[in-house]
Design a protein around this ligand. Structure first.
Ligand code: PGA
Length: 248
């Protein structure tokens, strides 16, 4: 049985005052039946981790460097995330792939660094609108999986997030059949490569998940949860998404 996961990605949003939303969320969901993860900006990780100590909530980073330390001004390493209280890290989000030119090889190196530090890696893949329109979605996802995942991925330590680039922050989502097609394809691909570990890995859907569409998305085969951007910023919205996942 794969434990369902609701992950919130705050992106470059949130100041100390925003942590009140997490407190509200915990009031609403003190003992969630699924795993809940919040990835705030790096500046809030330590503060959030300290505030939620002994609570049923995990804290994650949004990126890490592929080296553990060194002369890389402005970067944050995986051991630093662990030191700040994070247990997870998002790797290869499409915004990093686009804004910072991150390649599959770089994503793979970052994933290796995250695993070496003891973090659980949430590795993102997803096609652009042009790639979907030209019918190459599955081959794009297949290539991203092949080259972004290191060989030592395990069910306990790696989560895949399927996020169509054109659905992120746009309010648009693929049809349920399209989501199912990609998730089934990802399951087949990772099971072929990693065997039982691949079968045990969670596959999250991400891209404009909100309270109004969460339940139908969670009913799709091989959807084990969601990576939520905008709707994770408000406790009421993220709480409703968690409730939909618990009920799925
Ligand atoms: P969104 O972002 O929910 O705001 O579309 C999802 C993501 O980028 O992880």
């Amino acid at each position: 049985m794969r434990r369902k996961l609701a992950a919130g990605n705050w992106k470059m949003n949130g100041l100390s005052a925003s942590l009140v939303e997490v407190e509200k969320l915990l009031e609403y969901h003190p003992k969630p039946a699924c795993e809940v993860l919040i990835c705030p900006p790096a500046t809030l990780i330590a503060q959030l981790a300290w505030r939620i100590k002994n609570k049923e909530l995990a804290v994650g980073g949004q990126d890490c460097h592929w080296n553990a330390s060194g002369a890389h001004t402005g970067d944050i390493s995986a051991p630093m995330l662990v030191d700040a209280g994070a247990s997870h890290v998002i790797i290869g989000h499409s915004e990093r792939r686009a804004d910072h030119g991150e390649s599959d090889a770089l994503v793979q190196a970052k994933c290796t660094a995250a695993l070496a530090a003891g973090l659980t890696a949430v590795v993102c893949v997803g096609e652009t609108e042009h790639q979907r329109d030209t019918g190459i979605t599955l081959s794009v996802i297949g290539m991203q999986l092949a080259h972004s995942l290191p060989d030592d991925c395990t069910a306990a330590r790696v989560v895949i997030a399927y996020e169509p680039v054109w659905a992120i922050g746009t309010g648009r989502t693929p049809t349920l059949a399209e989501i199912g097609e990609v998730h089934d394809f990802i399951r087949k691909t990772i099971t072929t490569r990693f065997g039982a570990e691949g079968n045990g890995m969670r596959i999250l859907y991400g891209g404009s998940v909100k309270p109004s569409n969460a339940a139908e998305i969670f009913a799709v085969s091989n959807v084990d949860g969601a990576l939520v951007g905008g709707a994770s910023l408000k406790a009421s919205d993220f709480g409703a998404i968690i409730a939909a996942l618990e009920a799925a």
